[in-house]
Each structure stands twice: as structure tokens, then as C-alpha cells.
Design a protein around this ligand. Structure first.
Ligand SMILES: [Cu+2]
Length: 360
């Protein structure tokens, strides 16, 4: 009995010593982590163990940011008309370009048709899309349409610099879909601006909307602030989803300075694509509910959701939303994942003839 008690006592003492050593080890770890987290370079906090690669450039601003934002022509969000005929011919000439993604923030992008996002493609169900990609960039690129049912190894192929490639598919599925470059590493090609939206109208059209807007959500990962020489992609930050800027149609807060408009009582339809490359867009309009949401752009009658507050559009997905707002005012549309708003993914729907600004 004595021997048993002694053995138990030794075991308990051993266990306590082990716990004590774990606590001590944790203290050491926490202590060094706190020290590292408090180090900074030029006022920017550096994460534990980080090198210059891990620096956040979120919220970088320039002196004349307000004037630059006002002077900019926003990306046209209005849904363009469907081309006539059985075949919609789309030709994009890809270029390496320096774009602005926020006031005074320059970025070296790869742009379908010279910008990010690429042009909005609008067709009707059953129409053929004849897509020609001309590559005037420095490296191979391709184009992948989520609206297509086609062998990707034959259609979404790499196009070498200086070459063109054409393929055709029939847009049999109505909805709003992403298109993007599918050349490896896809993360880099999407993060560098190679994406856009295609809207396929259903055979039986939806009720006519007074306003139809297309929003492509995406995020940016910068290796430099971009205020001097243009920033380029930081692949390490893209892999770890350390976002610097999040945008609708490629430029932070552009529809805050240049709001989208509607009249009270208008049916307004938003076609939202989340290009990612990695974040989800929790689409929400402040001050109203979404009267209708067509999940993932599915326009099969009866499949829509009604009167909801927020709807997730996943990276690589799309959804269609309808609102009718009676009361004049400024209604922010956001990703309600609010880190994205902080990084620029917010715009305004101006209903009626109202003045002023909105804080979101
Ligand atoms: Cu590409």
C-alpha cells in the first residue's frame, strides 16, 4: 500500500512538473511574439517573424486622394445590351498595363482588353459566344468561361505572346458567371486582374429592370505601396490571403465618389461576380433588404430567395439581386465581411435626387 501511494505521489509530482514546464514554455513563446508584434517599420506594424514581404499596405493614401477619386472615370457598371444575331463575337486584346486600384495607388496588371475587370459580356440563353483572345502581353495567358460546358484542355488553352486563339461555346445556362485566365499559377493570373463577368439572359426574360448593374468583386496583394513606382503582385501575401485592397470593379470606393443611381420605386438588378482570387463577398445593401436573390445566378423560376439581408457570393461564383427602394437616400452596397469594406469594397446606390455623403 505504501509503495502504491509513493508511486502515485511520484506520478502526480511528475505531472505537475510537466504542466509547469509547458506553462513556462508558453510564456516564453508569448513573450517573444508580443515583442515581435510591436516592432514596426515606418509606422507599419510587422507581424512576428515577418520580413518586408509581410508588410500590409492596406489604407495607403496620398495627399490628393480626394481630387484623384473625383477626377476618375469609374468602370462602367451598367449592363451593356445583348448583341443581335445568333453569334456574339467577343474579341479581347490582352495587355500588360499599369492601372490604378485606389486613388494614387498604381499596380502592374495583366488586363483583358487593358483593364481589370475585363469587359462585361452580355448574351442571351442559346446564343453562341465566339471568343477570340489576342495576347499582346509578355507571357502565355488563356480565358476560362464558367458559363461554358466545353473541354477545358481544348478551349481554355494557353495563348503565346503575339498569338490569337478562338473558340466557340453555346451559352445554354442563364445566370451571371465569372471568366478568368486559367494559366498556371492561376492565383497569380487572377490576382493580377485577369477576370470579368458574363451575363446570360434567360430565354424567358426576367421582368425589365429600370437599372441593371454589374459588380465584380476582387482583392489585391501588393509588394509595395504603389504610390511611387507601380506595385506588383506579392505571391506570398496572395497565398496567405493578406489583402491590401478589396474592390468592386477594380478600384477602391469608386462608386462612393461616383454613385450608381436609381429613382424611388425602380426595380434595380445587381449582377455580382466574386472574382476573388480567395475572399467571399457577403453582399448586402445598407438600408434595405434584397427583395430577390438568385443564388449562384440560377434563374430557374421559383428558385430565387426573397427578402433576405445578406447573401454570400463565393470566389468563382455569381448571384443576381433585385431591390426596389421607395425612400430617396444614399444606400451603401458592401461586402458585409467588413474587413473588405475597410479595404475599399463599398459603393453607393443613390436613390432619387439626394445630396450629401454616407459614412460607410
Ligand atoms: Cu493570364
Amino acid at each position: 500500500m505504501k509503495a502504491l501511494l509513493a508511486a502515485v505521489a511520484i506520478a502526480i509530482a511528475g505531472a505537475l512538473a510537466l504542466v509547469a514546464s509547458i506553462v513556462a514554455a508558453n510564456r516564453t513563446t508569448t513573450g517573444s511574439g508580443v515583442t515581435a508584434n510591436h516592432s514596426s517599420t515606418s509606422g507599419m506594424t510587422v507581424a512576428a517573424g515577418a520580413t518586408a514581404k509581410g508588410i500590409s499596405y492596406a489604407g495607403t493614401t496620398v495627399d490628393n486622394a480626394e481630387a484623384l477619386a473625383k477626377a476618375r472615370t469609374p468602370y462602367p457598371a451598367e449592363l451593356p445590351p445583348v448583341p443581335a444575331g445568333d453569334v456574339a463575337k467577343v474579341h479581347m486584346v490582352l495587355k500588360d498595363v499599369t492601372i490604378q486600384i485606389a486613388p494614387g495607388i498604381k499596380y502592374t496588371a495583366w488586363g483583358f482588353q487593358g483593364g481589370a475587370p475585363g469587359p462585361i459580356v452580355h448574351v442571351r440563353q442559346g446564343q453562341k459566344v465566339q471568343m477570340t483572345l489576342t495576347n499582346k502581353g509578355a507571357i502565355p495567358h488563356s480565358i476560362d468561361f464558367h458559363a461554358a460546358r466545353i473541354a477545358p484542355n481544348k478551349a481554355f488553352v494557353d495563348v503565346d505572346p503575339g498569338k490569337s486563339f478562338t473558340f466557340t461555346f453555346t451559352a445554354n445556362d442563364p445566370g451571371v458567371f465569372m471568366y478568368h485566365c486559367g494559366t498556371k499559377p492561376v492565383l497569380a493570373h487572377i490576382a493580377n486582374g485577369m477576370y470579368g463577368a458574363i451575363v446570360v439572359d434567360p430565354k424567358t426574360p426576367l421582368p425589365p429592370a429600370a437599372k441593371s448593374y454589374v459588380l465584380v468583386a476582387s482583392e489585391w496583394y501588393l509588394n509595395a505601396p504603389g504610390t511611387g513606382k507601380p506595385a506588383q503582385l506579392d505571391m506570398d501575401k496572395a497565398r496567405s490571403v493578406m489583402v491590401d485592397w478589396a474592390t468592386f470593379n477594380g478600384y477602391a470606393r469608386q462608386y462612393v465618389d461616383h454613385p450608381l443611381t436609381a429613382n424611388p420605386g425602380d426595380l434595380v438588378r445587381f449582377y455580382v461576380v466574386d472574382a476573388g482570387p480567395s475572399l467571399t463577398t457577403a453582399f448586402h445593401i445598407v438600408g434595405t433588404l434584397l427583395n430577390k436573390a438568385y443564388p449562384d445566378g440560377d434563374m430557374t423560376p421559383g428558385h430565387e430567395l426573397t427578402n433576405i439581408q445578406t447573401f454570400d457570393v463565393p470566389a468563382g461564383g455569381g448571384a443576381v439581386f433585385e431591390v426596389k427602394i421607395d425612400q430617396p437616400g444614399l444606400y451603401p452596397f458592401v461586402s458585409h465581411s467588413f474587413a473588405s469594406v475597410d479595404m475599399g469594397q463599398v459603393g453607393l446606390l443613390k436613390v432619387g435626387n439626394v445630396a450629401g455623403t454616407m459614412s460607410h
